[in-house]
Design a binder for this molecule. Structure first.
Ligand SMILES: *[C@@H]1O[C@H](CO)[C@@H](O)[C@H](O)[C@H]1NC(C)=O
Ligand SMILES: *[C@@H]1O[C@H](CO)[C@@H](O)[C@H](O)[C@H]1NC(C)=O
Length: 439
């Protein structure tokens, strides 16, 4: 039944078993046959067992007679003081006279497990998962034993329980460093035990948790942002429960919405128990970014991460200044409900781009117009007063000819300056409602 190859490998394993040391565990259970494990930085002793004390033994390292620096022979044993990683390799002992192989083993060096760090999270009220990270790098094959013990709250529970009431936190090979407890009890406390085991030893970490404290839903899904017809400052936002949250009347979610025009960086936030909400203070004619997050309705645990961003623009069919605007084509603005996560539809805005006139807030435009008007009025008044004073002065001096000439010059100034101003600010004609003053 056994193939010749497996017979040979069994013989090799038997031979390997002759090597024993104080600081070394031997193991086939770690999936590496014929491997011997030693602790980094400690003295490692390799023994060629079953040899009579008087026999003369010779050691080889990876087949060569040269041994790691600092190594010594002691009555047939090979001592590697404060072994470090370069001393790993295949060691074999031979009969000094005949060179006959007496035994061999692969030496691997590493550390004892450190205390792992552990955290747990429930993305719904039925199951929760724990995640861990090793405390130190051990360089050795490692496995984890993950168990829990439910804390018993009532005297009755304590009496009925057995000391061996330990549950398994189930590990999934597809998700390393994580385990899941199914059918958890929302109001119960659990003592988690994550034990790290390697060929040199084991270390465990305990963590006490309650499900309601570690609950953190996944972000809501299917976020949509749509314009409201004829309402230039409104956006309708809707979303769905995260698919990992079972819908049940006793365990509901509440939501938090954040939104901003895409050219600004500060968010407005609102909280709601609904699955859709109306934004009533959107900026006219601007694309908006919206995100939503969820939390247990009774405030247990923490808020979910923010959902993926969704984009939308309020309806532009009712804005006087923008209706004829060249930059916002109605066909572009009306379907506004842009699909989330589709970058092609995001309005592009290079970071150094100033918003062009057609995209800035209409209230800002009105403010600019008003301040320009006030400014022009003052310039005009100053020129008039100046001209009047000149005229008085010239009249006093009785130089009629010069007076007429100066008045003419002042009049020319009065006519040309506002025009110059208009040029300076390059107001787009279509948005210049106070045309009488500048255009
Ligand atoms: C909880 O775990 C069980 C068993 O693994 C699974 O059948 C169930 O779908 C999980 N519940 C949720 C809400 O993910
Ligand atoms: C944690 O689990 C390990 C492995 O099952 C066990 O040896 C250890 O005693 C446990 N620790 C406690 C405090 O239960």
């Amino acid at each position: 039944m056994l193939s010749p190859i497996s017979c040979v490998s069994r013989v090799v394993v038997l031979l390997a078993a002759v090597l024993v040391t104080t600081s070394i565990t031997m193991s086939g259970e770690w999936g590496e046959e014929g491997v011997t494990y030693g602790q980094l930085g400690k003295d490692v002793t390799l023994t060629c067992a079953g040899i009579s004390p008087s026999a003369i033994v010779e050691w080889r390292w990876d087949g060569a007679a040269e041994l790691p620096e600092g190594s010594r022979l002691q009555q047939g044993q090979l001592l590697l003081p404060q072994a470090e990683l370069p001393s790993e390799g295949t060691y074999s002992c031979h009969d000094a006279a005949s060179g006959l192989l007496l035994g061999s083993a692969i030496l691997r060096l590493g550390r004892l497990p450190g205390v792992p760090s552990v955290s747990c999270r429930a993305s719904n009220y039925e199951n929760f998962s724990c995640f861990w990270a090793p405390g130190v790098e051990t360089f050795l094959p490692t496995r984890y034993i993950t168990t829990y013990r439910k804390k018993l709250l009532t005297e009755d529970e304590r009496q009925r329980s057995q000391p061996s009431d330990v549950g398994l936190c189930v590990q999934n090979p597809a998700r390393p460093h994580a385990c899941t407890v199914s059918k958890a009890q929302f109001w119960s406390s659990y003592r988690m035990n994550v034990t790290e085991v390697n060929p040199l030893g084991s270390t465990f970490r305990l963590l006490d948790i309650t499900v309601q404290a570690i609950i953190k839903p996944d972000p809501p899904e299917g976020l949509r942002v749509e314009p409201v017809p004829s309402a230039p400052r409104r956006l309708r936002v809707s979303w769905e429960y995260p698919s990992t949250w079972p819908k049940e009347p006793h365990f509901q979610l509440k939501f938090r919405l954040q939104y901003r025009p895409f050219i600004y960086s500060s968010w407005s936030v609102m909280e709601t128990g609904n699955m859709s909400e109306l934004i009533t203070d959107a900026f006219m004619g601007l694309g908006h970014v919206v995100q939503v997050s969820a939390k247990d309705f009774l405030d247990a645990g923490s808020w979910s991460e923010w959902s993926a961003e969704a984009w939308g623009m309020p309806a532009t069919d009712n804005i006087p200044c923008l209706s004829s605007g060249p930059t916002v084509a109605p066909s572009e603005a009306a379907p506004g409900a842009m699909e989330p996560e589709s970058p092609a539809e995001k309005p592009s805005l290079a970071p150094d781009n100033e918003p062009v006139a057609g995209q800035s807030d209409p209230t800002e435009k009105v403010a600019v117009l008003v301040s320009l008007g006030v400014f022009a009025f003052f310039v005009l008044a100053v020129i008039l007063v100046f001209g009047f004073l000149m005229w008085i002065r010239l009249k006093k001096h009785g130089k009629e000819a010069t007076k007429h000439h100066d008045l003419l010059a002042a009049a020319i100034h009065m006519k040309t300056l506002p025009r110059g101003l208009c040029k300076l600010w390059t107001f787009p004609k279509w948005c210049c409602q106070a045309e009488s003053f500048c255009c």
